[in-house]
Design a protein around this ligand. Structure first.
Ligand SMILES: NC(=O)c1ccc[n+]([C@@H]2O[C@H](COP(=O)([O-])OP(=O)(O)OC[C@H]3O[C@@H](n4cnc5c(N)ncnc54)[C@H](OP(=O)(O)O)[C@@H]3O)[C@@H](O)[C@H]2O)c1
Length: 279
């Protein structure tokens, strides 16, 4: 695998911080090999204290100049400004990894102004508890060794798969935004428990564990969820009466439409950004 001596994490917020944690946990770098940047000095001190890494407010250029891997973890609206800031110091042997939602590789390449390995990843927020779901795309310059390195970073914070960049809008709609849908499901299950007289504490504990356990069973058995659902149903029983209600209100159709609508929304944003890359 490619040897990395120094890593810069530009924008060590929720996502950047989670990646620093994952990199350290995976033993891919020591704290003294990582430099992180934030906007505010206060947040930089917090990051330095939490991970034992060097962290500065701004100074993206200095951080990028000395690193082999530059992780762009600022908000998509700030990405252009940050890449322009570091453009002059980018050099041979470096790689760029962006986690900015919707920003196409072509635009990053154009902003960077040189041919270099560029990765675009779409992680989701459970990376902060090392249960993220991440999809990654790479440009044609990236080698198998480069890909293995990026894969290792995201494996340290959950599961990872490589996809063609065209799939990123659907990925964003499914797993990028997905935690928000599941929070709504958990919230509604808690409310159901409360309505039926369970305490807040008991409802919350049972609802969260039900979602976690059901997901774990899908993963560990490899069975289709419909098979697992059928195993919970007793003819004429309680579960089928609830499933009838869920079908009547269109739960599955709603979720399919949610992913479809979010994909289309993401596609229109991507299209506008791709046009910007062509200008
Ligand atoms: N959160 C998610 O679920 C999720 C999922 C997939 C992808 N992403 C992507 O991850 C990226 C970061 O999102 P986030 O949720 O981690 O946001 P966040 O917590 O707000 O992190 C952004 C970080 O960027 C820093 N920053 C702002 N301007 C900067 C500058 N000029 N130079 C250096 N650092 C600067 C901020 O510093 P301060 O703390 O000092 O303000 C903050 O630490 C976004 O592009 C987003 O699309 C997020």
């Amino acid at each position: 695998m490619r040897e990395i001596q120094r890593i810069a994490v530009l924008g060590a917020g929720n996502m950047g911080g989670a990646l620093i944690g994952g990199i350290l946990k995976a033993g891919m770098a020591r704290p003294d090999q990582i430099v992180a940047t934030t906007r505010s000095a206060e947040h930089a001190s917090e990051v330095a204290e939490r991970f034992g890494v060097r962290a500065t407010a701004g100074m993206n250029r200095e951080a990028a100049a000395e690193s082999d891997l530059v992780i762009l973890a600022v908000k998509p609206s700030t990405l252009g400004k940050v890449v322009e800031e570091i453009r002059e110091v980018l050099h041979e042997g470096q790689m760029l990894l962006s986690v900015a939602a919707a920003v196409p590789i072509k635009l990053i390449e154009k902003l960077a102004g040189r041919r270099m390995p560029v990765f675009r990843a779409m992680p989701n927020i459970p990376v902060v508890v090392e249960e993220g779901a991440t999809a990654v795309s790479a440009n044609s310059v990236a080698t198998i060794e480069d890909r293995a390195l990026i894969e290792k970073i995201f494996r340290a914070v959950g599961v990872v798969c490589f996809v063609d960049e065209e799939a990123m809008d659907a990925v964003t709609a499914l797993s990028g935004s997905g935690p928000a849908y599941i929070y709504m499901v958990i919230e509604a299950l808690i409310a159901g428990g409360l309505k039926m007289g369970l305490s807040h504490e008991v409802s919350t504990r049972l609802a969260e564990q039900t979602v976690l356990g059901a997901a774990k069973l899908v993963r560990e058995t490899g069975a289709h969820p419909a098979i697992l659902r059928d195993q919970v149903i007793t003819p004429g029983g309680v579960t089928i009466s609830a499933i009838h209600e869920l079908e009547r209100h269109g739960l599955r159709a709603m979720l399919i439409s949610a992913v479809e609508t979010a994909t289309n929304h993401s596609r229109s944003r991507t299209k506008a950004l791709l046009e910007q890359a062509r200008e």
